[in-house]
Design a protein around this ligand. Sequence first.
Ligand code: SIN
Length: 280
Amino acid sequence: MGSSIRMEPAAAGCGAVLHGVDLADLDDATWEVVHRAFLDHGVVFFRDQNLGPDDHVALARRFGPIVVNKFFPESDVNPEIAEVRKEPAQQTNIGGGWHTDHSYDEIPAKGSILVARALPSRGGDTLFANMYAAYDALSDGLKKTLCTLRAVHSNDHLYGEDGIYHKTDLAGMLQGKDLVGEAVHPVVIRHPETGRPALYVNPGHTRGFEGWTVEESLPLLQFLYAHASSDAFTCRFQWSPGSVAIWDNRSTWHMAMNDYQGERRLLHRITIDGVALEAA
Ligand code: SIN
Protein backbone atom coordinates (compact mmCIF):
# COMPACT_ATOMS: atom_id res chain seq x y z
CA MET A 1 0.00 0.00 0.00
CA GLY A 2 1.36 3.48 -0.90
CA SER A 3 2.80 5.28 2.12
CA SER A 4 0.09 7.99 2.14
CA ILE A 5 -2.77 5.46 1.90
CA ARG A 6 -4.33 4.26 5.13
CA MET A 7 -7.10 1.73 5.58
CA GLU A 8 -9.26 1.27 8.66
CA PRO A 9 -12.17 -1.09 9.23
CA ALA A 10 -15.63 0.50 8.97
CA ALA A 11 -16.91 -1.99 11.57
CA ALA A 12 -15.65 -5.26 13.01
CA GLY A 13 -17.38 -7.45 10.44
CA CYS A 14 -18.01 -5.27 7.40
CA GLY A 15 -16.40 -2.66 5.16
CA ALA A 16 -13.29 -0.50 5.17
CA VAL A 17 -12.49 3.19 4.91
CA LEU A 18 -9.61 4.20 2.64
CA HIS A 19 -7.82 7.47 3.39
CA GLY A 20 -5.26 9.20 1.19
CA VAL A 21 -6.84 8.24 -2.15
CA ASP A 22 -8.00 10.68 -4.84
CA LEU A 23 -10.56 8.69 -6.83
CA ALA A 24 -10.49 11.28 -9.63
CA ASP A 25 -6.77 10.71 -10.21
CA LEU A 26 -5.89 7.07 -9.61
CA ASP A 27 -2.52 5.74 -10.68
CA ASP A 28 -2.28 2.01 -11.33
CA ALA A 29 -0.78 1.18 -7.94
CA THR A 30 -3.52 3.05 -6.08
CA TRP A 31 -6.17 1.47 -8.27
CA GLU A 32 -4.82 -1.95 -7.20
CA VAL A 33 -5.23 -0.95 -3.54
CA VAL A 34 -8.81 0.24 -4.15
CA HIS A 35 -9.73 -2.89 -6.09
CA ARG A 36 -8.16 -5.21 -3.50
CA ALA A 37 -10.04 -3.44 -0.69
CA PHE A 38 -13.30 -3.75 -2.67
CA LEU A 39 -12.77 -7.51 -3.04
CA ASP A 40 -11.57 -8.14 0.51
CA HIS A 41 -13.98 -5.91 2.46
CA GLY A 42 -17.09 -5.87 0.23
CA VAL A 43 -17.62 -2.14 0.63
CA VAL A 44 -15.07 0.65 0.69
CA PHE A 45 -15.78 4.22 1.79
CA PHE A 46 -13.95 7.41 0.79
CA ARG A 47 -14.25 10.93 2.22
CA ASP A 48 -13.69 14.39 0.77
CA GLN A 49 -13.57 13.35 -2.87
CA ASN A 50 -14.09 15.69 -5.79
CA LEU A 51 -15.56 13.21 -8.24
CA GLY A 52 -17.41 14.90 -11.10
CA PRO A 53 -19.80 12.89 -13.30
CA ASP A 54 -17.09 12.18 -15.92
CA ASP A 55 -14.68 11.05 -13.20
CA HIS A 56 -17.45 8.84 -11.78
CA VAL A 57 -17.92 7.17 -15.17
CA ALA A 58 -14.15 6.79 -15.66
CA LEU A 59 -13.78 5.19 -12.20
CA ALA A 60 -16.63 2.77 -12.91
CA ARG A 61 -15.01 1.72 -16.19
CA ARG A 62 -11.88 0.66 -14.32
CA PHE A 63 -14.05 -1.98 -12.61
CA GLY A 64 -15.76 -3.07 -15.83
CA PRO A 65 -18.52 -2.20 -18.29
CA ILE A 66 -21.38 -0.10 -16.95
CA VAL A 67 -24.89 -1.57 -16.77
CA VAL A 68 -27.69 1.00 -16.68
CA ASN A 69 -30.44 0.37 -14.12
CA LYS A 70 -33.75 -0.23 -15.94
CA PHE A 71 -35.98 1.40 -13.33
CA PHE A 72 -34.26 4.38 -11.70
CA PRO A 73 -34.39 7.86 -13.24
CA GLU A 74 -31.36 8.72 -15.36
CA SER A 75 -29.42 11.78 -14.31
CA ASP A 76 -29.50 14.77 -16.66
CA VAL A 77 -25.73 14.87 -16.70
CA ASN A 78 -25.05 11.40 -18.11
CA PRO A 79 -27.38 8.52 -19.11
CA GLU A 80 -24.98 6.01 -17.53
CA ILE A 81 -25.55 7.59 -14.12
CA ALA A 82 -28.75 6.71 -12.23
CA GLU A 83 -30.26 9.07 -9.72
CA VAL A 84 -31.08 7.81 -6.23
CA ARG A 85 -33.24 10.78 -5.35
CA LYS A 86 -35.81 11.65 -2.74
CA GLU A 87 -37.52 15.04 -2.84
CA PRO A 88 -38.71 16.85 0.32
CA ALA A 89 -42.37 16.07 -0.40
CA GLN A 90 -41.78 12.34 -0.95
CA GLN A 91 -42.28 9.76 1.79
CA THR A 92 -40.75 6.70 0.15
CA ASN A 93 -37.08 6.23 -0.69
CA ILE A 94 -35.35 4.01 -3.22
CA GLY A 95 -33.53 1.04 -1.72
CA GLY A 96 -35.07 1.36 1.72
CA GLY A 97 -34.87 -2.38 2.48
CA TRP A 98 -31.92 -4.80 2.46
CA HIS A 99 -31.01 -5.88 -1.06
CA THR A 100 -28.18 -6.35 -3.49
CA ASP A 101 -28.29 -4.62 -6.85
CA HIS A 102 -29.66 -6.46 -9.89
CA SER A 103 -29.82 -9.95 -8.37
CA TYR A 104 -32.98 -10.32 -10.50
CA ASP A 105 -30.79 -10.31 -13.64
CA GLU A 106 -29.25 -13.46 -15.09
CA ILE A 107 -25.96 -11.61 -15.09
CA PRO A 108 -26.15 -9.70 -11.79
CA ALA A 109 -24.20 -6.52 -11.15
CA LYS A 110 -20.59 -6.77 -10.04
CA GLY A 111 -20.52 -3.57 -8.06
CA SER A 112 -21.98 -0.12 -7.58
CA ILE A 113 -20.41 3.28 -6.99
CA LEU A 114 -22.52 5.81 -5.11
CA VAL A 115 -21.51 9.47 -4.92
CA ALA A 116 -23.12 12.02 -2.59
CA ARG A 117 -24.60 15.01 -4.45
CA ALA A 118 -27.16 16.56 -2.07
CA LEU A 119 -27.63 15.42 1.51
CA PRO A 120 -30.23 16.00 4.21
CA SER A 121 -29.08 17.89 7.31
CA ARG A 122 -29.16 14.60 9.22
CA GLY A 123 -30.05 10.97 8.52
CA GLY A 124 -30.02 9.12 5.20
CA ASP A 125 -27.19 6.78 6.22
CA THR A 126 -26.59 3.59 4.24
CA LEU A 127 -26.21 0.22 5.96
CA PHE A 128 -24.13 -2.61 4.50
CA ALA A 129 -23.91 -6.31 5.40
CA ASN A 130 -21.09 -8.75 4.65
CA MET A 131 -22.30 -11.98 3.02
CA TYR A 132 -18.92 -13.73 3.27
CA ALA A 133 -18.95 -13.32 7.03
CA ALA A 134 -22.64 -14.19 7.32
CA TYR A 135 -22.06 -17.43 5.42
CA ASP A 136 -18.87 -18.31 7.31
CA ALA A 137 -20.70 -18.04 10.66
CA LEU A 138 -23.39 -20.63 9.79
CA SER A 139 -23.16 -24.20 11.03
CA ASP A 140 -21.54 -26.79 8.79
CA GLY A 141 -24.88 -28.61 8.56
CA LEU A 142 -26.80 -25.58 7.29
CA LYS A 143 -23.96 -24.62 4.96
CA LYS A 144 -24.13 -28.08 3.40
CA THR A 145 -27.89 -27.80 2.83
CA LEU A 146 -27.69 -24.26 1.44
CA CYS A 147 -24.99 -25.29 -1.01
CA THR A 148 -27.48 -27.66 -2.69
CA LEU A 149 -30.09 -24.92 -3.23
CA ARG A 150 -30.83 -22.29 -5.84
CA ALA A 151 -33.17 -19.34 -5.40
CA VAL A 152 -35.48 -17.33 -7.63
CA HIS A 153 -34.87 -13.56 -7.67
CA SER A 154 -37.38 -11.12 -9.18
CA ASN A 155 -38.20 -7.42 -9.52
CA ASP A 156 -41.86 -7.68 -10.59
CA HIS A 157 -43.09 -7.29 -6.98
CA LEU A 158 -41.20 -3.99 -6.76
CA TYR A 159 -41.16 -2.35 -10.19
CA GLY A 160 -43.95 -4.17 -12.12
CA GLU A 161 -47.40 -2.75 -12.87
CA ASP A 162 -48.72 -3.94 -9.49
CA GLY A 163 -45.36 -3.62 -7.76
CA ILE A 164 -44.88 -2.12 -4.32
CA TYR A 165 -43.08 0.99 -5.57
CA HIS A 166 -45.96 1.83 -7.93
CA LYS A 167 -48.28 2.06 -4.92
CA THR A 168 -46.05 4.76 -3.40
CA ASP A 169 -45.09 8.34 -4.20
CA LEU A 170 -41.99 7.05 -5.99
CA ALA A 171 -44.17 5.85 -8.87
CA GLY A 172 -43.82 9.05 -10.90
CA MET A 173 -40.04 8.89 -11.06
CA LEU A 174 -39.62 5.21 -11.92
CA GLN A 175 -39.56 3.68 -15.39
CA GLY A 176 -39.43 0.22 -16.99
CA LYS A 177 -42.64 -1.42 -15.68
CA ASP A 178 -42.53 -3.67 -18.73
CA LEU A 179 -38.87 -4.66 -18.22
CA VAL A 180 -39.43 -6.80 -15.16
CA GLY A 181 -38.12 -10.36 -14.99
CA GLU A 182 -36.56 -13.01 -12.83
CA ALA A 183 -33.43 -15.12 -12.58
CA VAL A 184 -32.26 -18.15 -10.63
CA HIS A 185 -28.90 -18.19 -8.80
CA PRO A 186 -27.15 -20.53 -6.36
CA VAL A 187 -27.94 -19.73 -2.72
CA VAL A 188 -24.23 -19.94 -1.95
CA ILE A 189 -22.04 -18.57 -4.72
CA ARG A 190 -18.33 -18.95 -5.27
CA HIS A 191 -17.28 -15.36 -5.70
CA PRO A 192 -16.05 -15.02 -9.28
CA GLU A 193 -12.93 -13.06 -8.32
CA THR A 194 -11.97 -14.12 -4.79
CA GLY A 195 -13.22 -17.73 -4.94
CA ARG A 196 -14.74 -17.31 -1.46
CA PRO A 197 -18.23 -18.68 -0.68
CA ALA A 198 -20.87 -16.00 -0.04
CA LEU A 199 -24.54 -16.17 0.85
CA TYR A 200 -26.51 -14.95 -2.18
CA VAL A 201 -30.13 -14.43 -1.16
CA ASN A 202 -31.52 -11.03 -0.16
CA PRO A 203 -34.80 -9.73 1.29
CA GLY A 204 -35.47 -7.31 -1.55
CA HIS A 205 -35.34 -9.61 -4.54
CA THR A 206 -35.31 -13.28 -3.49
CA ARG A 207 -38.77 -14.84 -3.86
CA GLY A 208 -38.06 -18.41 -2.76
CA PHE A 209 -35.96 -21.50 -3.26
CA GLU A 210 -36.18 -23.17 -6.65
CA GLY A 211 -38.70 -26.01 -6.48
CA TRP A 212 -40.08 -24.83 -3.09
CA THR A 213 -43.24 -22.80 -2.53
CA VAL A 214 -42.98 -19.27 -1.19
CA GLU A 215 -44.52 -20.48 2.10
CA GLU A 216 -41.98 -23.27 2.39
CA SER A 217 -39.11 -20.93 1.59
CA LEU A 218 -40.05 -18.12 3.92
CA PRO A 219 -39.01 -19.57 7.32
CA LEU A 220 -35.50 -20.47 6.17
CA LEU A 221 -35.11 -17.20 4.28
CA GLN A 222 -36.26 -15.25 7.31
CA PHE A 223 -33.75 -17.06 9.49
CA LEU A 224 -30.97 -16.21 7.01
CA TYR A 225 -32.06 -12.56 6.77
CA ALA A 226 -32.12 -12.10 10.54
CA HIS A 227 -28.72 -13.79 10.83
CA ALA A 228 -27.07 -11.85 7.99
CA SER A 229 -28.36 -8.44 9.08
CA SER A 230 -27.18 -8.81 12.68
CA ASP A 231 -24.68 -6.30 14.07
CA ALA A 232 -21.81 -8.77 13.74
CA PHE A 233 -21.85 -8.52 9.93
CA THR A 234 -23.04 -4.95 9.27
CA CYS A 235 -21.72 -1.41 9.16
CA ARG A 236 -23.36 1.99 8.83
CA PHE A 237 -22.07 4.80 6.63
CA GLN A 238 -22.91 8.40 7.44
CA TRP A 239 -22.67 10.48 4.27
CA SER A 240 -21.02 13.88 4.10
CA PRO A 241 -20.27 16.11 1.10
CA GLY A 242 -17.60 14.40 -1.03
CA SER A 243 -18.35 10.89 0.28
CA VAL A 244 -18.19 7.92 -2.08
CA ALA A 245 -19.08 4.27 -1.42
CA ILE A 246 -18.01 1.43 -3.71
CA TRP A 247 -19.50 -1.98 -3.00
CA ASP A 248 -19.36 -5.51 -4.31
CA ASN A 249 -22.88 -6.74 -5.02
CA ARG A 250 -21.78 -10.39 -4.89
CA SER A 251 -20.61 -10.20 -1.30
CA THR A 252 -22.72 -7.48 0.36
CA TRP A 253 -26.24 -6.22 0.89
CA HIS A 254 -27.13 -2.58 1.46
CA MET A 255 -30.10 -0.55 2.64
CA ALA A 256 -30.76 3.22 2.63
CA MET A 257 -32.25 4.70 5.82
CA ASN A 258 -35.41 6.74 5.28
CA ASP A 259 -35.23 8.98 8.35
CA TYR A 260 -35.01 12.50 6.87
CA GLN A 261 -38.59 13.32 5.89
CA GLY A 262 -39.04 16.80 4.43
CA GLU A 263 -35.48 17.03 3.12
CA ARG A 264 -33.85 16.29 -0.22
CA ARG A 265 -31.27 13.56 -0.79
CA LEU A 266 -29.59 12.92 -4.14
CA LEU A 267 -26.86 10.43 -4.87
CA HIS A 268 -25.46 9.40 -8.23
CA ARG A 269 -25.13 5.66 -8.75
CA ILE A 270 -23.29 3.75 -11.44
CA THR A 271 -23.67 -0.02 -11.56
CA ILE A 272 -20.98 -2.23 -13.03
CA ASP A 273 -21.78 -5.32 -15.03
CA GLY A 274 -20.85 -8.72 -13.64
CA VAL A 275 -20.77 -12.34 -14.76
CA ALA A 276 -23.11 -15.29 -14.27
CA LEU A 277 -22.74 -16.68 -10.74
CA GLU A 278 -21.68 -20.25 -9.98
CA ALA A 279 -22.34 -22.39 -6.94
CA ALA A 280 -19.72 -22.72 -4.20
C1 SIN B 1 -29.24 1.95 -3.43
O1 SIN B 1 -28.39 1.86 -4.30
O2 SIN B 1 -29.98 1.02 -3.13
C2 SIN B 1 -29.40 3.24 -2.68
C3 SIN B 1 -28.50 3.35 -1.53
C4 SIN B 1 -28.65 4.68 -0.86
O3 SIN B 1 -29.45 5.50 -1.29
O4 SIN B 1 -27.97 4.91 0.13
